[in-house]
Write a protein that binds this ligand. Structure first.
Ligand code: FES
Length: 561
């Protein structure tokens, strides 16, 4: 591989770079090591939570893999914000921000030191998207591996995930659950390392990494504690060798057709609404023109064929046992719903990968069905537009049996206000809870409303109350929920003009989100509306708020070209 060593040669080649080599030799590298391509091993890691805690342990096997590929590994870390912990607090404002910080960290370390490529290991919600954004942005040979989910926990003989604990808080506040049961759930919901066990955002982005072609086939679904993780870490790291050697770069893989495949996977599985934001953001970095309309188009043609939590009964662990992401991709390919001829990180096409992947011969119709006998006739996510969301909004139609709702608005200017109102039982059947000034710019950081939505579900109002917000939702959210409302409140979107009692109509079938107000009334309200002062004037959140784009464009910090 030494012949293709390029970027690192500029930093470490030639007599004038002797001081640079001296720094590497101070860490035990020799001339032979330095003569090889230098490959970064980017690991999203810290001790904030269990989602990525095992990944640092995989770095030693990843280094072995890179060495076997004929390159020299250099490990570095990127920060992790644990969404599940930050949820419902000011801390959550940093969650989506962390996606950009992770992408920036990889750019920073990799470009500053001239690495010839990198292998990226992610887990918790924003880490995978941030890493895939970095792959697209830097466009140097690189590959991704998802770290895997936690095993499900157990409560009174039944499998549970952390989603059950969030909802138990609502049940407890409504007097439907004892303190002892809440405690037992808290003790047992997450039995070890790995991401949240249902098909929430982290697992959604994990299986999407395979559909996008940037991860090895089958690498997304093994649980974090499965020894397959070690094998995939080695194979993933070894695969970087061929990518560097053959000059295969992420933008060769991340084409429009590959994004279509990623969206097909999202829709077929009823995955997290956050994937809409993340795919728009990754596509932006890859210079691929992807819009909300592409999501709606693919949603209409793609049946939901997986039955995974939060809507279904099964966890990622169950999907792994029946074949993981390749099982779903094969079904989509056979039905003509997948572009089979796209290039992937194996250097082969998607179709070829799937042909070579051996599925376990095990019955799976309870978790994954054929396209002809789906769980739902179309995809799990719809894009809604109307006078309340001219740029668009996102509804997870698979998260609720009820797809249409009309009712009076109860308006709140922050997540905390809304959460308190739910706990104080001020929300009644038929209401539409409006949570605004929580968008990418207004929050800032577009918090997830899991605490509120879980409390609504926990109080038995799950499909009787709707919620709309310019913020977003956790992948674990259930109910009639519309998020990503754009334009957001802080820039004067119609959501900023709503008053208590305004009648709001949500139609997940026709794709409508509107308030029953005459245009004239909306314009009158707009003429007297004044944007509130920014919540932050310095620091990361202030910087982010000043740069971030609309959620309809992925909430990215990159200017339009
Ligand atoms: Fe990390 Fe759920 S909190 S995946």
């Amino acid at each position: 591989m030494s012949s293709i060593k390029g970027r690192s040669n500029l930093i470490y080649g030639g007599y004038e770079k002797a001081p640079n080599r001296a720094f590497l030799k101070a860490m035990g590298l020799n001339d032979n090591d330095i003569s090889k391509p230098l490959v970064g091993i980017a690991i999203a890691w810290d001790e904030a939570g269990p989602c990525n805690i095992h990944l640092l342990g995989l770095s030693s096997v990843a280094k072995e893999g890179v060495r076997e590929a004929g390159a020299t590994p250099r490990v570095f870390t990127a920060p992790v914000v644990i969404d599940g912990i930050a949820m419902g607090s000011e801390g959550m404002k940093y969650s989506l921000v962390s996606r950009e910080v992770i992408a920036d960290t990889i750019e920073l370390v990799t470009n500053a030191h001239g690495y010839d490529g990198f292998v990226a290991f992610g887990g918790c919600d924003k880490t995978g998207p941030g890493m895939m954004m970095a792959m697209a942005r830097l466009n140097i040979p690189s590959i991704y591996m998802y770290g895997g989910s936690a095993l499900p926990g157990v409560f009174r003989g039944k499998p549970i995930t952390v989603q059950d604990v969030y909802e138990a808080v609502g049940s407890y506040s409504a007097g439907k659950l004892t303190a002892e049961d809440l405690r037992i759930m808290e003790d047992n919901a997450i039995p070890g390392p790995g991401t949240c066990a249902g098909l929430y955002t982290a697992n959604t982005m994990g299986i999407i990494s395979e559909a996008l072609g940037v991860a090895l086939p089958g690498s997304a679904s093994p649980p974090a504690v499965d020894s397959a993780r070690v094998r995939y870490a080695k194979e993933t790291s070894k695969a970087i060798g061929k990518l560097v050697e053959n000059g295969i770069k992420p933008r060769d893989i991340m084409t429009f057709e590959a994004f279509e495949n990623a969206i097909s996977m999202l829709m077929a599985t009823g995955g997290s609404t956050n994937a809409v934001l993340h795919l728009l953001a990754i596509a932006k970095e890859a210079n691929v023109k992807l819009t909300l309309d592409d999501f709606d188009r693919i949603s209409k043609r793609t049946p939901t064929i997986a039955y995974l939590k939060p809507e279904g009964e099964y966890a990622m662990y169950d999907l792994h046992r029946v074949g993981g992401a390749p099982l779903i991709l094969k079904k989509l390919l056979e039905a003509g719903l997948l572009n089979g001829d796209v290039l992937t990180v194996t250097g082969k096409t998607m179709e070829r990968n799937l042909k070579e992947f051996t599925l376990p011969q095990i019955s799976h119709a309870h978790i994954v069905r054929d396209v002809k006998e789906p769980f739902l006739p179309s995809g799990g996510i719809r894009i809604l537009r109307g006078n309340l969301a001219e740029e668009g909004s996102v509804m997870k139609v698979s998260a609720s049996k009820v797809k249409r709702h009309k009712g009076p608005a109860k308006v709140f200017n922050s997540e905390e206000e809304a959460f308190r109102a739910v706990l104080d039982r001020k929300i009644k059947e038929g209401d539409v809870v409006v949570i605004r000034y929580e968008g990418p710019k207004g929050g800032p950081g577009m918090r997830e409303m899991l605490a509120v939505t879980s409390a609504i579900v926990g109080q038995g109002l799950g499909e009787k109350v709707a919620l709309i917000t310019d913020g977003r939702f956790s992948g674990a959210t259930r109910g009639i929920m519309v998020g990503h409302v754009a334009p957001e409140a802080i820039v004067g979107g119609t959501i900023a003009l709503l008053k208590d009692g305004d009648i709001i109509e949500i139609d997940g079938e026709s794709g409508l989100l509107q308030v029953e107000l005459e245009k004239k009334e909306i314009e009158e309200r707009r003429s007297t509306w004044k944007a509130p002062d920014p919540r932050y004037r310095r620091g990361l959140l202030a910087q982010y708020a000043s740069l971030v784009s609309s959620s309809a464009k992925g909430a990215v910090l990159q200017a339009d070209e």
